[in-house]
Design a protein around this ligand. Sequence first.
Ligand SMILES: [Zn+2]
Length: 442
Amino acid sequence: MNKTGFAVALVLAAVCSMGIAQNPPSPVESAMGKAVDAQTAAAIGLLEKLVNINSGTMNLAGVVAVKDVVAPQIEALGFKVQWTPMESLDGRAGDLVAEHVCAAGTGKCGKRILLIGHLDTVFEPSSSFQRYSIVPGTNGNVATGPGVNDMKGGLVVMLTALRAMKTAGVLDNTEIRIVLSGDEEKHGFPVSVSRKNMIDAAKKSDVALEFEPGGMVNGKDVQSISRRSAASWRVETSGRSGHSSQVFSERMGDGAIYELARILDAFRKELKEPGLTYNVGLVLGGATATMNANGTGGEATGKSNVVPPVALALGDVRTLDNEQTARVQAKMQAIVADHLPKTGATISFDEAYPAMAPTEAGRALIKQLNEVNATLGLPVMEEMDPMARGAGDIAFVAPYVPGLVGTGVMGEGAHAEGETVFLDSIPRQAKRMALLMYRLGQ
Ligand SMILES: [Zn+2]
């Protein structure tokens, strides 16, 4: 048995062990695969074009320029496309909303599919990371540039898959909605407004696919069905101030900084549990302490011989499900309320990204995806550990529809200058998504 034959046998063994039947591609599925291959060069060209348009969240003209490239391509597939500007909402660009309803009267339409993603990136015009290029020494397979991975690559996967469905003649009988936000990396508030289009579309859908970066572990593609929550918290403590010789006295008490230290150390010791992380990112305290409006720094004054009247800390907390969020926040509140002598403290939590917990409906989608993998001759994809990824927009639609998290491109280093995409993942993911959408839509 040659090496390839052995690899195929291993894959077959793995597929059979998961109870996934072999199912060769149907004629339309073969046509979709060929259509993806025929488009790959153009898809990579489109990625380069999109990446070279700066669309940092707060560069509204850039986000709109990306929309102006993407929208006509979606329209050409037969979608009704709308742009909802959101300048009035915290100065964000807007959402692209597209709808392709099942051809009336055919009675042939299956699950209604929601595709979500975003047009913005974390790289604002002030970043030095602005251009698309091929990474030398990678045989042309690795490209770098702002958003190649998160998630202009995912936009290209989505468009390539839809176009393959169109070419194979199966798009007309599929009901698909698309919502692409312009502010995923830095939400406009309130979230109930900035995510309204996404939530409304979810209410009219049966399943969601989110084209954020896909997952890879040890060189193998994996599939995520969950996302942890993300929220930031802020603790503010107060105390009496005066000469340090009187600290701990009945009159002076312990001061604001010891109170803050007590709280942070109790968090460190008492909150730990599986699936939870929490971090302290910034601390200020002294005679005065003021944080800037963005929570990225501040100013403090103080002297070694003055008991400090004020201290502040800023941190985050990430959970596996919303029940854990509520329980951990209650524990944090109880710790904060247990003051040292003559001190006070308060904690506040910002409007958070909810968690998307793993569900059986999500696992059933992975099973369907693995049936697609079997058809395509690709290895089984395992479920990705939710600890391995951050929060995302799909969590807002998770109460209404099950979904796959991260069906976009594979690559490395999202959100850091130098992020990459493995270009061979574009046709691979586009084929997976074209076949999956086709089968879901049957
Ligand atoms: Zn993203």
